[in-house]
Design a protein around this ligand. Structure first.
Ligand SMILES: *Cc1c(COP(=O)(O)O)cnc(C)c1O
Length: 393
């Protein structure tokens, strides 16, 4: 029997990413493929860099999308900025800090871990103590928006603290970019990476990155070659670089880049501040509905991410059954817990294109139905109205 074309169902993606992709982005991706050195494509790449600078709020020349998912953006930062023997303070308050540690160690660096409880922001005092105890530290790395728990850390003050101690900073902004206030130049972030499938609502598989002057200085003065050929910025820049002639490094994912270009045009049309405000407003509406049901957030209010809502699963409720029922009956995907939170929390994403009124009301209505069917200890019939009240203001 011949295998036929694949036709995925139309889901509502309200997990930790990927988020719903705008039809405009999907349409852009279906446009004719160009050669990766075609002058028309190259001028699109120049626009892309400008659009990314806007999204990151930076003038950094070295701002571009790495041709691979967010994890590759993470790796790009570490392999270029960490040399064998370098000490790196890694703040861990969830899954992704653990991956940073792996990266440091695979670069031959020494990771000094600053641990915080999962579900809390990174504690500035602990970072300061670690910097004082390790005056030879070269880099401080942390996750701005910890998608595994829904906690947001104080990027601005963490960067200021690292600089006070003469360290460079690597910031994970995979989930924060376009969803929460993020100002690369104003906060003086040295190296930052993001992803396309969270609040940019593009398809997965690209990782916007940006590097400032101090980071470039460090890369220029490396004693050793970057151990990854593919992610070595000196080589990548022969393709993505400024005014110099573009040379082949790897074949860019042409049509994916059309999609990112369109996603960034959409962001520009909405306005970055308006996008941040929309994520916050929709979070408040969802929160009102969830709290009316009696569901509890994992993260204290002042440290919560608007785009990722982590909730404690009520006592006695079958996590997998609820999520499967939401998927089968409502085409609705919400996220499971990761790592130590597996089986204990649900993660409801309100990211990018998916952060809208319809999704909030569908999600609350669906939860109301499914939690009622499994006889969960929650208040039924009140969530949608509670959210509506916030949305109408
Ligand atoms: C999703 C995510 C990543 C990894 O991105 P991929 O595109 O899955 O490789 C890294 N850090 C954070 C905080 C994320 O949410």
């Amino acid at each position: 029997m011949a295998i036929k074309s694949f036709h995925p169902p139309q889901r509502i993606l309200m997990g930790p990413g990927p988020s719903d992709v705008s039809p405009r982005v999907l349409e852009a991706m279906s446009r004719p493929t160009l050669g990766h050195l075609d002058p028309v494509f190259v001028s699109m790449m120049d626009e892309m860099k400008e659009l990314l600078k806007y999204a990151f709020q930076t003038k950094n020349e070295l701002t571009m999308p790495v041709s691979a998912p967010g994890s590759a953006g993470m790796e790009t930062c570490f392999v270029n900025l960490v040399e064998p023997g370098d000490k790196v303070i890694v703040c861990q308050n969830g899954v992704f800090g653990g991956r940073m540690k792996e990266n440091v160690e695979r670069c031959g660096g020494i990771a000094v871990m600053v641990q915080d409880d999962w579900g809390r922001a990174v504690d500035l005092q602990k970072v300061e103590d670690a910097l004082k105890a390790n005056p030879d530290t070269k880099v401080v790395a942390f996750v701005h928006a910890e998608t595994s728990t829904g906690a947001q850390s104080d990027a601005k003050n963490l960067v200021a603290l690292a600089h006070k101690h003469g360290c460079l900073t690597i910031v994970d902004a995979v989930t924060s970019l376009a969803g929460s206030p993020l100002k690369v130049d104003e906060w003086a972030i040295d190296a930052i990476y993001s992803g396309t499938q969270k609040c940019l609502s593009c398809t997965p598989g690209l990782s916007p990155v940006s590097f400032g002057e101090r980071a470039l200085e460090k890369i220029k003065n490396r004693k050793n070659k970057v151990q990854s050929w593919f992610l070595d910025l000196n080589l990548v820049m022969s393709y993505w670089g400024g005014s110099t002639k573009r040379a082949y490094h790897h074949t860019a994912p042409i049509n994916s880049l059309y999609g990112l270009h369109e996603a960034l045009v959409i962001l520009q049309e909405e306005g970055l501040e308006n996008s941040w405000a929309r994520h916050q407003k929709n979070h408040l509406a969802l929160r009102a509905g969830l709290e009316a049901m009696g569901l509890n957030f994992v993260v204290p209010e002042s440290e919560r991410l608007p785009q990722l809502n982590a909730l404690t699963i009520p006592e006695g409720v079958d996590d997998a059954l609820v999520r499967a029922t939401l998927l089968n009956d409502y085409q609705l995907e919400i996220g499971a817990g990761l790592g130590v939170m597996a089986g204990k929390v649900w993660r409801i994403g309100l990211m990018g294109h998916a952060s809208n009124k319809r999704n909030i009301l569908v999600c609350l209505g669906a939860l109301d139905d499914v939690l009622g069917r499994v006889k969960a200890p929650v208040q039924l019939g009140v969530a949608v109205a509670a959210a509506q009240k916030v949305l109408e203001n």
